[in-house]
Design a protein around this ligand. Structure first.
Ligand SMILES: [Zn+2]
Ligand SMILES: [Zn+2]
Ligand SMILES: [Zn+2]
Length: 162
């Protein structure tokens, strides 16, 4: 639970009236410790007794991405995940993606440094956004790999963590 971000204020600052639907989508994503994919967001809203139909949810996600409140985080060939866009309380940070179970984790902002200035000096470009994703096998899947059991059921359980 994030107590520092005022979600209705964030919406208003972006020129979006804080409707109950927009607020609950932004809260669901903002309060999650890890990025969520569409399915996980849909499920979380249902569990919070604030169900939103699929078309409306897609539209709200697109709108929040467009206004820079949330970010679409690429996850290889699977469905993208959504996380809070960096703001005053949340610095930009790298993500870790598990190629076995498809879960995504937020890494410490200081864990990987990208020297934007040096890159801009070396190339004739202006960098507007840095997205760093590290792929590998998450701790949960590594434990499973070493255990006696393996296979499909473990992989789907791991994805449930999202
Ligand atoms: Zn926050
Ligand atoms: Zn995993
Ligand atoms: Zn993150």
């Amino acid at each position: 639970m994030c107590e520092r971000c005022n979600y209705s204020e964030l919406l208003e600052k972006s020129g979006l009236p804080p409707t109950p639907h927009r607020l609950s989508v932004l809260k669901t994503i903002g309060n999650s410790p890890a990025p969520l994919d569409y399915k996980a967001i849909y499920r979380a809203l249902e569990e919070a007794r604030h169900p939103i139909n699929r078309v409306t949810l897609y539209r709200i996600l697109d709108l929040l991405v467009e206004k820079g409140l949330i970010e679409r985080i690429g996850s290889g060939s699977r469905a993208p995940c959504y996380g809070s866009a960096p703001n005053a309380h949340h610095p930009r940070h790298p993500h870790f993606y598990c190629s076995v179970c498809g879960s995504m984790e937020c890494l410490d902002p200081g864990s990987l440094h990208v020297d934007v200035r040096a890159i801009q000096e070396a190339y004739p470009v202006r960098i507007q956004k840095v997205e760093v994703r590290l792929d590998g096998i998450c701790g949960h899947c590594l434990t499973k790999e070493g255990g006696a059991h393996g296979g499909e059921s473990d992989a789907s359980r791991c994805r449930e963590r999202n």
